[in-house]
Design a protein around this ligand. Sequence first.
Ligand SMILES: [Cu+2]
Length: 407
Amino acid sequence: MTASAWRLTDDGPAPEPGPKAESGPKAEFGATPDTPPARSGSTTRRMLVVAAIVVLSLVGAGGFAVAGGAAALLPERPEGCNQPDRTVTLYAVELPRDGNQIRLGYGLTPQTASYPGPTMEMIEGECLAVTLHNQVPAATLEQLRTDPTHPLGVSLHVHGVKYTQLSDGTAQSFSYVPPGQSRTYTWYAKKRDRAAGTPGTAGYWWYHDHVVGGPHGTKGISSGLFGGLVVRRVGDPKPDRTYMSVFGDQQSINLRRGAAADTCDPVNPQPGPTCIVAKKGERVEFIVVGIGNDMHTFHIHGHSWADTRTGVVTGTNAEADQVPTVDNKTLGPGDSFGVQIVAGDSVGPGHWMIHCHMQFHSDAGMYTTMHVLDENGNMPPGGGHEHSATSSGAAPAGSGAGVHQHK
Ligand SMILES: [Cu+2]
């Protein structure tokens, strides 16, 4: 599905260390982490004070916090982000339906939109400007609307990093994008401040719509408008491959379930939202996100990880012993975490199941497979494609075809 998807049978050189686009195209690194943006001047602070006074006045008067006029006084960027270090363009589009279910996706181009959307990457200290173009037809948004007075539009609402109210991506703050229009959102991956005791933003997060259907974007999320965000700290281990595992309602992984969650071609697997594949020894990163209303657990066969921010453990044995080693982690709605594992580490190539360990979820199809190939890129025999499938046919990643997730 992406231009960068490699053929596992290629005899070419080993991939360069560093992030690769696998689970959808990935926003490229831009600014060097060594040059954090300069601190903002006093202008931003003055604007914040003015905005706070306006907001307080409006709330005191019984109005909502932001009226149209007040929005102009709110700071466009978080303190510390003087100028965006990098820009990304994102499109929200309608994708082919899954049965009668509407599917939407974000993409770096309209043609490559998918669910999950492209994984965004930032380095702590970096400020990113994301311009979102809404190409979802108004008629589609109208169909998804649960209240005829709710505005039509899509948005970007991000977790974990800093943004001002103008980049909140909600209808309440008027920070959404009507059909045919665009809007720029600013995300700031603030660094840890040791003196103040505030944490940094390095971690595994996600972004999603907060407008489609109603004031919480419930229909936007359940239709596919979500994606992952990784904020790395300088020195973090770099994965060879990154995949999204979005666990949601109706026992879904990335809105698919059963055989539709794993459509890897056994001869020529192409990495993507429905094909988790790696060569033995490659460092594989999972961004795990919970959407919807259910609790889940994320479990991988044959692999375990340290329950740290990255899944990697460092230091002495005594220090490492302070960190639990896990192969199963609980995930609630809105939660996100990431792990890095070494594919096939001491267990070799194989078809390793990934599933929710709530038994009735896995029994109903909440499973997929991580295919670990040998060093030459050969798919090991058996497994992964013989399970009692409740669905048929392979679907191209992100197309929504062959997806089984019915009400
Ligand atoms: Cu589950």
